[in-house]
Write a protein that binds this ligand. Sequence first.
Ligand code: UTP
Length: 279
Amino acid sequence: MDKIRKCLFPAAGYGTRFLPVTKSMPKEMLPLVNKPLIQYGVEEAMAAGLSGMAIVTGRGKRALEDHFDISYELEHQIAGTDKEWALKDIRHIINSCTFSYTRQIEMKGLGHAILTGESLIGEEPFAVILADDYCVTDDSGVLAQMVKLYEQYRCSIVAIEEIPREETYKYGVIAGDLEAEGLYRVREMVEKPAPEVAPSNLAIIGRYILTPDIFDILRNTPPGRNGEIQITDALMTQAKMGRVLAYRFKGRRFDCGSIEGFMEASNYNYTHLYRKHKA
Ligand code: UTP
């Protein structure tokens, strides 16, 4: 099967940068104005034509499952009032998508979280969204742009953006050969390199399309930096075979895993979406 139908959401991380709120609440449920990060992610996946949402959760993440379910009491309470519209989008999501969940028991890194999702994905190419990277675009969403590319190239694709050189230590960084405008065939990939040794300033952000052989590769990938299984290490195995593209997406990303990025995104959405919608 070649069509991309499913999107994996690794959402098991501790979200320590947001403590204390993340002590009992998943980071992915933090709202930009009134909608949680994970819902923006699901909406982006839907806009790319995907309908199977596979979520890797962990302890204390039950709110994620409740969000994508019907709340009978609440819905009964607001039925017929002017508040009903507020649940329109989420109801549409619940009716159009299937949601499946699995738990990552130990937080052994993003690569390990993706491998944990294997039982929800199976033998087909799939997308990955890290919901704490929130992306806005003028036209089609970032994942829709990537799915289109996948249909042409049929290999793994990572989304990249240019970052200030001094920030390379926060990201997976690539080097590659230009394949088409904004598209590189990846030659090298390094997880969180110091600026002096980074192969470029092109950083991987939280959008991926992965071919299913990634699961076997991940199984055989030893823990890397910080003792975690890194998706970058597994992707490097595919890249050595010339099977990874890096795509400079059209749009803007907010790093909502950090307080600063989260506040910027909140202000942006309040001004550009919420107030406009209310006007
Ligand atoms: P982060 O590096 O942002 O880690 O993970 P974190 O735990 O969420 O946040 P901080 O750094 O403690 O504040 C990137 C993404 O990978 C997922 C996270 O949920 C997040 O979406 N992840 C990371 C897992 O699902 N499992 C892991 O073991 C690690």
